[in-house]
Design a binder for this molecule. Sequence first.
Ligand SMILES: [Cu+2]
Length: 203
Amino acid sequence: MSRHALRSTGFSLLAALTFAAQAAAIQVQVNDGAGRPLPDAVVYLESRDAAAAAKPARDVAIAQVDKQFSPRVTIVSVGTPVDLTNRDKVRHHVYSFSAAKTFELKLYTGKPGSPVVFDRPGIAVLGCNIHDQMSAWVVVVETPYYAKTAANGQALIDGVPPGTYRLRTWHAALPVGAAAADQPIAVAAANAALVVPLAEVGK
Ligand SMILES: [Cu+2]
């Protein structure tokens, strides 16, 4: 679009519609090393512009239900507050010692006094001091373009402006401490679909 169109109020709506139409939806299929679909993988697109466009999300919750976290994998942008309400009758004692976020919610039921704000990029591993089987992961990213795969291994990242990105893919079954897989991707104005094999998972 031209600078003239941006300045002209008569064309501003058209300019906005044109811009929206140029954003692409990127469908990502994540498979394990044997080619099976991987649910609960997180995919996100990084770039300098994406980092600048990232804003904290709202209304994100990880409940504790039947002595498990629900959901077990959550992806949020930096600065997002996460509600950790305990919906069980027993008390939980939720903590993370990860570099991305260190916190502790001592024995509690119901809704903690305040949400936990995930204010640094990285992966926070959550556990419960009382119930060893409880674990969850919060993947904190510096981009608004992210999604989590469904049971069929597919995730849709919507509203992506054309540009050059790094497509990052992570799954909890990767070796502990492993960085998200990383591949360059050029996003054009058109929707696209691609397949990411995580060879280290499920061999
Ligand atoms: Cu617990």
